[in-house]
Write a protein that binds this ligand. Structure first.
Ligand code: 3HC
Length: 288
């Protein structure tokens, strides 16, 4: 399907937002990443530049493609100005419903009327946000995986009121990003990939809790016996133990289903404040 998307805005320069913005720029879109903190933008730029420079050194991308992407990618603390001419927004701010609703209400006021507004959230469904705007038909989830520069899959999740045109354009943009579209026909908390992951993670936590094996050996089983690129504990450290816990908690709060409550071992780990790679320690120690 064709699309008329030229300008993309990404809200939030955290681990997900920054890499999503670079994915868009590498695909040739004029892209602006917005954050309220200049320091987050500076950090994002430094990390992204070193990532893509490394790709050139390793022969994974050409110097020309990377130079073009750097020129296409702008950094801004002024959301209203950044979205004035946008065609397509990908919101990747903090996982907080009230904050997301405020962002979408403001986007609705300042972005052109035809612009599509998507959220990268995995635990807040777009139906919970769409009515903060006057264009609920132009709102859906576009869910990337960590690290977004590497992971191929992107879930496109419409809510009941998302128009067919919005679905089609979001799928076309995902395709133009060079990603594999995972199309959901309807919303479900956790979507598809995180539900699959949640089942594996829960089993891993149960096995560890029961003393069947050390967490390192459970990771070895996933990698050495099932050929997963990372074990479930390593992956919790990559995604963030806080994220893993809060996603479960949000699902539990949405569904009331006792089975989706965070496992006590995960809750205890979350309570220590050791969230994984980002804090230097999680299941594994990254302080070296
Ligand atoms: N950002 C960007 N690129 C990265 C990266 C990162 N954080 N980490 C690794 N890479 C790329 C680099 O190109 C790296 O090569 P380089 O070191 O030569 O530059 C290349 O991947 C290989 O990396 P490593 O040698 O360090 O390690 P691996 O071969 O194990 O690859 C991995 C790392 C790609 C992260 C791989 O282990 C993997 O695919 N793990 C599973 C990730 C996963 O399951 N993600 C989904 C999480 S769930 C989620 O995101 C949902 C959300 O809602 C919470």
């Amino acid at each position: 399907m064709k699309h008329n998307i030229n300008n993309i805005t990404v809200i939030g320069a955290g681990a997900m937002g920054s890499q999503i913005a670079m994915v868009a720029a590498l695909a040739g879109f004029s892209t602006t990443v917005v954050d309220i903190e200049q320091v987050s933008l500076d950090r994002a730029k430094e990390q992204l530049w070193s990532r893509v420079d490394r790709d050139v050194e390793k022969g994974r991308r050409t110097a020309e493609a990377v130079q073009q992407a750097k020129e296409l990618l702008q950094f801004s603390t002024d959301q209203d100005a950044a979205v004035a001419n946008t065609d397509f927004v990908i919101e990747a701010a903090v996982e907080n419903l009230a904050i997301k609703r405020d962002i979408f209400a403001q986007l609705d006021k300042t972005a052109p009327a035809q612009a599509i507004l998507t959220t990268n959230s995995s635990n807040i469904m777009s139906s919970q946000i769409a009515d903060a705007t006057n264009r609920p038909d132009k709102v859906c989830n576009m869910h990337f995986f960590n690290p977004a520069l590497v992971m191929q899959g992107v879930e496109v999740v419409p809510h009941e009121g998302t128009s067919q045109e919005t679905r089609d354009i979001t799928i076309a943009v995902t395709d133009a990003f060079g990603k594999d579209v995972i199309e959901l026909k309807q919303e479900i908390p956790g979507f598809v990939a995180n539900r699959l992951l949640g089942a594996l993670r829960l089993e891993a936590l149960k096995l560890y809790d029961a003393g069947v094996a050390d967490f390192q050996d459970i990771d070895r089983a996933a990698k050495g016996a099932l050929r997963h690129p990372m074990g479930p504990f390593e992956l919790m450290d990559l995604v963030g133990i806080d994220v893993a816990y809060l996603v479960r908690m949000a699902e539990y709060e949405q569904t009331g289903d006792e089975a989706s409550k965070p496992h006590p071992v995960l809750a205890a780990k979350y309570a220590t404040g050791d969230y994984g790679r980002k804090t230097g320690k999680g299941w594994y120690d990254y302080s070296e």
